[in-house]
Design a protein around this ligand. Structure first.
Ligand SMILES: *Cc1c(COP(=O)(O)O)cnc(C)c1O
Length: 358
């Protein structure tokens, strides 16, 4: 079947096959990846390779550190605030469900100023730069590159006038090239685009770590985690291993992020073209200039039809198309690992369904 689930999501088939091959006996380790010490040479190489792959894909300089942490992107909402907000204020751009959670958590640790709020428009777009109300004294500006639930994505990152820019990249990480030099901190739960659940990739500018206050719980202290190369305690070894395989696949099989982006655009265009060409039978949630390449959200004329659509699609091997419970409708999550054929099959199904019911 084609799996359009929002996360945990489709992984590349070559990655699953390789993991299967190596599951019982990791080459040179005499045991499974899940059975070896995180202080072993074999794991060291896995850890280093995953970091190196991410650095290569994003052209990272030495100014940045890649970390593998736990607690998901959700714990990053708190960790960011505990490390960089205490006693200050920060600007948050509110574009939907995930930005909202980031804001709620940050408020527990400092002052949050909402630089723009898309709520009144029902979160159908990202802001223009001239709409942002930025505070010159903000410790940082936080935004969500892709709102997984609403299907709203920034085509380019916001301009924030030199303020440290923090981004929740969970659902569009490594979906295309990014100029990381514009960012101070990026985090992404792996299970949308780069691996299984259990690990969150954090990329931080090393000079930012000087601001981390003393006395934080060790597991929530970026500086300590960085000093220990994410090996302060046992890391999620198996998840990091799969992130390594996925990022190798992005580099070697897909040919880097420019090509990944072109592939993603082609896939998303198939679906948006079907929506736009349906004469209003399918209605996209996001405004055209804020449409997500990763999560295509749309509605049908009635809820009953949406139910039927989802049911019939599942029966035909197109699974996971139900929209998030908070917004309803349909959502096709088409991350990096979704093949073009999956989007073609969904497009064909949409056309057929409309012929029967439209
Ligand atoms: C899924 C998601 C999260 C939450 O990730 P967890 O790993 O479940 O904590 C946060 N932000 C965005 C944009 C997401 O898509």
């Amino acid at each position: 079947m084609f799996n359009f689930s929002a996360g945990p999501a489709t992984l590349p088939l070559p990655v699953l096959k390789k993991a299967q091959e190596e599951l019982v006996l990791y080459p040179g380790a005499g045991a499974s990846v899940m059975e070896i010490s995180h202080r072993s040479k074999a794991y060291d190489a896995i850890h280093a390779q995953a970091k190196q792959n991410i650095a290569s894909l994003l052209d990272l300089t030495d100014a940045y550190q890649v970390m593998f942490l736990q607690g998901g992107a959700s714990l990053q909402f708190s960790m960011i605030a505990m490390n960089f907000l205490a006693g200050q204020s920060a600007d948050y751009i509110h574009t939907g469900s995930w930005a909202s959670k980031a804001i709620s958590e940050a408020k527990k640790h400092g002052e949050v100023k909402v630089a723009w709020n898309g709520k009144e428009e029902n979160f159908v777009r990202v802001p223009r730069n001239d709409e942002l109300k930025l505070d010159p004294n903000a410790a940082y500006v936080h935004f969500t590159s892709n709102e997984t639930i609403q299907g709203v994505e920034y085509p380019v990152p916001p301009e924030v006038g030199g303020k440290p820019l923090f981004c929740d990249f969970s659902s569009s990480f490594l979906s295309g090239p990014v100029d990381v030099s514009k960012f101070s901190l990026i985090y992404a739960g792996a299970q949308k685009n780069v691996g299984p659940s259990g690990v969150v990739v954090v990329i931080v500018r090393k000079d930012l770590l000087e601001r981390v206050p003393q006395g934080l719980p060790s597991m929530l202290d970026y500086r300590l985690m960085a000093e220990n190369d994410s090996l302060y305690n046992t890391p999620p070894c198996f998840s990091v291993y799969i992130v390594g395989l996925v990022t190798s696949w992005l580099l070697e099989d897909m040919g880097g992020l420019e090509k990944v982006k072109a592939h993603n655009q082609k896939k998303a265009q198939l679906l948006y073209f079907a929506i736009d060409g349906s004469g209003g039978f399918y209605r996209g949630h996001a405004q055209k200039d804020s449409r997500s390449l990763m999560n295509v959200t749309f509605r049908l004329p009635e809820e009953a039809l949406e139910k039927e659509f989802i049911g019939q699609a599942t029966a035909q091997g197109l699974d996971g198309l139900k929209g998030h419970r908070s917004v309803g409708g349909c959502r096709a999550s088409i991350y990096n690992a979704m093949p073009l054929e999956g989007c073609q099959a969904l497009r064909d199904f949409m056309v057929e369904f409309q012929k029967k019911k439209g």
